[in-house]
Ligand binder design. Structure first.
Ligand code: SF4
Length: 467
């Protein structure tokens, strides 16, 4: 029960901040489609609106207009629990001794259970089982060294105590705070808004939609305080292994996002090119699984000297199968989502390029579609290494057994999905394509976790990640 989410925030002197936050969430829709919410503050009261569904389904003029104030944060939720409940939608808002506090979280705490136990024993009550509420409650408690900005003292304590992935935007009475865990698993950037003010978003591509220009990346272990007068950066926790999630490059982030100075689309082309060099095949045409593997397929085709063609047409009005709530939906979703183009595929030897294989539920039905359209051979090429280890830092793959590459050897996977041949990109090839110096987490491929991780929650455990 782990998720990947999108967060946004804005401080807009003289204007309503909820509006750019809405557009930021809209641009980050790919990071979560099950719920959306915005919290705002006008210096006196806090306002909040949350709903189930996509941003454009949740918000309209009537519910956006009452979100008053020059400060706002927002959240897109991506859940795999099946329990898509409004009470789990974010931001979470609470009243504290320092005034309102709202939290929007992208990531997953790996020590949430221990922190929760500690807070319960200290007499703090919880209204949900979420790790975001653990963050909210911890931030609500006074910390040592509150003489300056008390929120910064509390954020420092959070950074010292909380382990795992948390890119956060916080809303208080007077400021918006943006912070990243000391490992920097999830991205977070700040931009300058046209017309004054500042914007925060999970991905740089969302800044343009918010009417902002990229200004800087929130560094791991640091916090940015933004108010009506400007911003200030606090470096609060250092010394951890820099660990930006490599899956952001492989699949998650938008292609037009720039992470650590690298455009995601360009990285994906390089992943495809490396794959072509490592795993060439005699073929007539290269087809990518749209839209996420289109860039990888282009890179493969260029490096292999083969024509690239659109052989699968995607219905863009259906959510990404990877983030639908259960395996049955993932299987049946393939036919709803893709239709093959016979004019491209019939009689051809096809290289089908996908960005990754996690559970292996999509690849088999996709290959069948390509064959039904008349392809003579289908060679599957995967532009990342086999996913053999679960992610505890917020990606939806919580147990070893869910991962097809953990259960089966390469040739068994090939037979299972019905490909004429199957090859994955090597680990070294992936690092070459991304740039190994970037400071990446690649634990789901390598098993080398940047921090100690708790085993999966037992059946019935109330604690869920929801960021
Ligand atoms: S384990 Fe994989 S998905 Fe999770 S943070 Fe690391 S690279 Fe990303």
């Amino acid at each position: 029960m782990h998720e990947e989410c999108g967060v946004a925030g804005a401080v807009t002197p003289g204007r309503q901040a909820a509006r750019p936050v809405f557009f930021g969430l809209f641009a980050l829709q790919h990071r979560g489609q099950e719920a959306a919410g915005i919290a705002s503050c006008d210096g006196r009261a806090a306002y909040i609106y949350k709903g189930l569904g996509r941003v454009a389904q949740v918000f309209d003029e009537d519910n956006l207009r009452p979100l008053l104030g020059e400060l706002a944060i927002g959240h897109n939720r991506y859940s795999t629990t099946g329990a898509t409940q409004l009470r789990n939608a974010q931001p979470h808002l609470a009243e504290t001794a320092l005034g309102p506090l709202a939290v929007a979280h992208n990531g997953n705490l790996t020590n949430a259970r221990a922190l929760r136990r500690e807070l319960l024993e200290a007499g703090i009550g919880f209204s949900s089982g979420s790790d975001t509420e653990v963050i909210l409650r911890l931030l609500s408690l006074p910390a040592a060294g509150e003489e300056g900005d008390p929120w910064i003292a509390r954020i420092r304590r959070l950074l010292e105590r909380a382990e795992g992935a948390y890119a956060l935007v916080l809303l208080t009475r007077d400021a918006v705070y943006a912070l990243r865990d000391p490992w920097g698993f999830r991205p977070l950037v700040v931009g300058e808004l046209e017309g004054g003010g500042w914007a925060v978003a999970s991905e740089s591509s969302a800044l343009a939609t918010m009417g902002a220009r990229f200004a800087f990346t929130v560094e791991p272990g640091s916090a940015v305080r933004i108010d009506r007068a400007g911003y200030r950066v606090y470096e609060l926790a250092g010394g951890r292994r820099r660990s930006l999630c490599v899956f952001e490059y492989v699949y998650f982030a938008r292609p037009d996002t720039v992470l650590e100075g690298l455009e995601v689309h360009a990285v994906r082309r390089r992943l495809g090119a490396e794959l072509a060099r490592e795993a060439p095949v005699e073929a007539d045409v290269v087809v990518g699984v749209p839209d996420s593997a289109t860039a990888h397929a282009l890179g493969y085709a260029e490096a292999a000297g083969l024509p690239f063609a659109e052989g699968l047409i995607k219905n863009r009005y259906i959510g990404r199968t990877f983030i639908e709530p259960d395996d049955e939906l993932r299987k049946t979703g393939v036919r709803l989502k893709y239709t093959p183009l016979a004019s491209v595929l019939a009689g051809k030897r096809v290289v089908l390029v996908d960005d990754s294989i996690v559970r292996g539920n999509t690849a088999g039905p996709l290959l069948r579609l390509v064959r039904e359209a008349g392809a003579r051979e289908v060679h599957l090429r995967v532009a990342s290494p086999p996913v053999r280890h679960p992610c505890f830092m917020g990606l939806d793959m919580a147990t070893h057994d869910e991962l097809i590459a953990h259960r089966l050897e390469l040739d068994d996977i090939r037979a299972h999905i019905g490909a004429d041949s199957l090859a994955y990109l090597s680990h070294a090839g992936m690092l070459r394509a991304v740039g190994a110096g970037a400071g990446l987490c690649d634990a789901c491929f390598s098993g080398d976790y940047p921090l100690a991780v708790e085993p999966a929650a037992p059946e019935g455990d109330a604690l869920v990640g929801e960021g």
